[in-house]
Design a protein around this ligand. Structure first.
Ligand code: ADP
Length: 507
């Protein structure tokens, strides 16, 4: 069993927290209900006691001082007791009368004088409640004139409510002459409260049980997708990148997490697949010239004294293959750098000027082909001049390789287009078949492998173009081409708004 709270499963922790909170709330609510009912019942009893006592007390006192003339009452002479001297009732007689008249089967009245001495106790029958023993401190308070003093206490094993009523006007003035103590049994109230307590405890237990089951079900169903994600991620970590969480569509946070997780794994799978493909293609591309060189070397080694012309041809072939290898490795290096961190040395080169420069440089290999550069507007852009020259070189080099050596015309147009600069490289060469057009920017893709390879292409030229354009925050339009008619490559670069550092690395 996990010893620490953090080691418990999220499901258990959530359930425990939820049950704890529920328990605290239920206890608070139950206690409030219980105390409120208790308070209500005792207050009701007090009001009843007070309203029952009021008329009796008023009958034996009068505001002017001295006892009232004898009202009809339970005394044998048919009125309030008279004093022994015949002038009026004594305090003890009034107390006796009051105690008798206020005692009922549920309540017993007792009267105390100003010294706290018991003057009279109205209990005559055993079923009447026993008077609470005098609480001197409280009686003193009542004698001091404080109304409404009450408390509960146990008397003879019975829960009893005690109410103290100060008696005023029994003597000659308004001073307090004594205290009447009413002791009333609370057994009925206690029965109601016990029932209430039972109901509350039962309710709390049932609610807690249902709450626990509900909480476990709720957390279980809410966290089940996470459990499934854990299983899936373990399988993925084990190497199976085809695994997906594939949760049924849900818009909550867990649904979003699962969707992002699946998207992330899909991208990882794509990246790994692309990497594997890239390594396979690169190895293949490297192996072809190496095999050719090895073959030529074998021929030379087999006949070291052989025909010099053949040897020369072999060596020239080997030189070509080595040149191809050099270009391939340098292209791979360029792509790798662009992938890893497309850091650009930003200046504001004039793209049209760069185009003229590259056209001039490449002329020696263009033969009879015409290279025409056209410009319009402000064609300066925020970019890396060397990288941009590489873009121009790759596009113009392709155009040269795929056009007729004599009739080939290559047009390089650089135009300002609002906040962008457009670069259009077109030729009247062999064109690209429609089914190949979407793929030509892929790494190592070549329409006609044998032909492209023999013309020195590594299949990485356009991939490098794409990576550089993306690093500049630019865009490449779909190539326009018709077999036999020629091709048009159109690129656009933001003039100054590019933030190459934040642009994603090219695939
Ligand atoms: P490569 O180095 O082999 O030329 P690229 O990535 O530059 O590789 O080009 C990919 C393929 O696209 C080429 O092999 C070729 O088939 C096709 N291609 C590129 N540019 C042109 C063009 N101007 N005319 C015809 N085909 C082209």
């Amino acid at each position: 069993m996990p010893a620490r709270w953090q080691d418990l499963s999220l499901r258990l922790r959530l359930t425990f927290l939820y049950i704890g909170l529920l328990l605290v709330l239920l206890i608070a609510l139950g206690s409030f209900l219980y105390l409120d009912t208790q308070n209500f019942l005792i207050t009701t009893t007090l009001i009843r006691l007070q309203s029952q006592a009021q008329p009796g007390v008023e009958r034996v006192v009068h505001p002017g001082g001295g006892p009232r003339p004898a009202p009809p009452g339970p005394a044998s002479n048919g009125g309030a007791p008279r004093g022994a001297n015949g002038n009026g009732p004594t305090l003890a007689e009034i107390a006796g009368f009051l105690a008798d008249s206020q005692t009922s089967p549920e309540t017993t009245a007792a009267v105390f004088d100003t010294g706290g001495k018991l003057l009279a106790d109205g209990r005559t029958l055993p079923e009447q409640p026993i008077s609470a023993p005098p609480d001197n401190a409280r009686i003193t308070q009542a004698l001091a004139g404080q109304d409404g003093i009450y408390y509960t206490t146990a008397v003879g094993g019975q829960h009893t409510l005690v109410l103290l009523i100060p008696l005023r006007g029994l003597g000659s003035d308004q001073a307090v002459d004594g205290v009447m103590q009413l002791s009333s049994r609370l057994d009925l109230i206690d029965q109601v409260l016990a029932r209430q307590q039972l109901l509350i405890i039962g309710g709390v237990l049932i609610t807690l049980l249902l709450g626990t089951l509900g909480g476990l079900w709720l957390t279980g169903s809410a966290l089940a997708p996470l459990q499934w994600m854990i299983v899936t991620s373990r399988r993925i970590a084990g190497g199976d990148l085809s695994q997906r969480v594939n949760l049924p569509r849900r818009a909550d946070e867990i649904g979003q997490l699962a969707t992002s997780f699946d998207d992330m794994v899909a991208r990882l799978e794509e990246t790994f697949a692309a990497q594997r493909q890239f390594i396979a293609d690169a190895s293949h591309e490297l192996r072809t010239p190496l095999t050719a060189i090895a073959g030529s070397l074998d021929v030379i080694l087999l006949a070291p004294e052989g025909d010099p012309e053949t040897t020369h041809r072999m060596l020239s072939g080997m030189r070509r293959e080595l040149q191809r290898l050099t270009r391939l490795t340098s292209d791979l290096l360029t792509l790798n750098r662009l992938d890893a961190h497309p850091s650009l040395r930003l200046q504001t080169p004039d793209l049209a000027a760069l185009a003229s420069e590259v056209a001039e440089q490449i002329k020696p290999v263009a033969g009879e082909r015409q290279i025409l550069v056209e410009r319009d507007g402000d064609t300066r852009i925020n970019g890396d001049a060397d990288r941009l020259k590489q873009v121009l070189l790759n596009l113009i080099d392709n155009a040269i390789r795929f056009t007729d050596p004599e009739k080939g015309v290559i047009r390089v147009g650089v135009y300002q287009a609002g906040k962008n600069v457009r670069l259009v490289v077109s030729d009247n060469g062999s064109g690209i078949p429609p089914e190949a057009q979407p793929h030509i920017f892929e790494r190592f893709y070549r329409v006609d492998k044998a032909r492209a390879r023999s013309s020195g292409g590594s299949g990485l030229g356009l991939a490098i173009v794409k990576a550089i354009v993306q690093a500049h925050g630019g865009a490449i339009a779909p190539v326009q081409s018709e077999p036999g008619q020629g091709s048009v490559f159109e690129l656009s670069f933001p003039r100054d708004g590019a933030s190459p550092a934040s642009s994603p690395p090219a695939k």
